[in-house]
Design a protein around this ligand. Structure first.
Ligand code: AKG
Ligand code: FE2
Length: 230
């Protein structure tokens, strides 16, 4: 059954961050988690681990890698694919975060990708958005769908601290537990023109400031350096 999309901009900011709570129901979530736990072959290492579906992006040519075969979206993934864009995403990434793991502050590469959505499943975690001195913590509640557009996509970094608890705004300390996310990415048509020299790899390249050592596997590792996050 198809899922309804009803994304709305969050009033807390960052600007352009769209949100939809309860994108799927708890029974559907439970079935997915059972597949993630029992039906998939995960990389055998500790910390955050990922599985990729769709195309692989080649950071040498800045196009889709013709040498890596397209990986079909599995059946469980199909009803979770956003239908709000003109085409399905080129790449989908399922990530598992055991308690204590996170993802460093980054902006997903502007050069490769345009639209970005993420669905959260399992335990909640705080995601920190940062733009200069501005900080906004967003609670990634399970079953919520998030879309990063505009400023939130281009001009704010986002990351999840590596820790075993999150301290909420009201002081309550919430333990982390197993979390999964599904990130959807659409390849950019044309160049990013945002011109942000701190965060945009297109702008950096035009100014001869290109970063070396790009990872082919993990777009989130195209991290823009962000100062220590408190
Ligand atoms: O886990 C998430 O919700 C988002 C992960 C992320 O930022 C990324 O994969 O680029
Ligand atoms: Fe990201």
């Amino acid at each position: 059954m198809g899922t309804q999309f009803n994304l709305k901009e969050l009033e807390t900011g960052p600007r352009g961050l769209l949100w939809q709570s309860d994108f799927i129901d708890p029974a559907h979530e439970e079935r997915l988690i059972s597949i993630f736990r029992n039906g998939l072959e995960w990389p055998d290492r500790s910390g955050r681990i990922s599985l990729h579906y769709g195309y692989t992006f080649d950071y040498k040519t800045f196009g889709l890698d013709p040498d890596v075969p397209y990986k079909e979206f599995p059946e469980w993934l199909q009803p979770l694919i956003p239908t709000t864009e003109s085409r399905p995403p080129e790449q989908v990434c399922l990530q598992y975060y055991p308690p204590g793991s996170g993802i460093p502050p980054h902006v997903d590469t502007h050069m490769a990708y345009d639209q970005l959505y993420a669905l959260s499943l399992g335990a909640p975690a705080l995601m920190r958005f940062r733009r200069g001195e501005q900080v906004v913590d967003i609670d990634l509640e399970p079953r919520s769908m998030m879309q990063m557009t505009g400023d939130s996509r281009l001009h704010w970094t986002h990351g999840i601290k590596k820790r075993k608890t999150d301290t909420m705004a009201d002081g309550i300390v919430r333990p982390r537990a197993d979390r999964w996310s599904i990130t959807y990415r659409w390849v950019r048509d044309g160049d990013c023109e945002c011109g942000n020299l701190d965060l945009c790899d297109v702008a950096q390249r035009r100014h001869g400031l290109e970063k070396e050592k790009r990872s082919v596997k993990d777009p989130a590792s195209q991290t823009a350096p962000d100062k220590a996050v408190s």
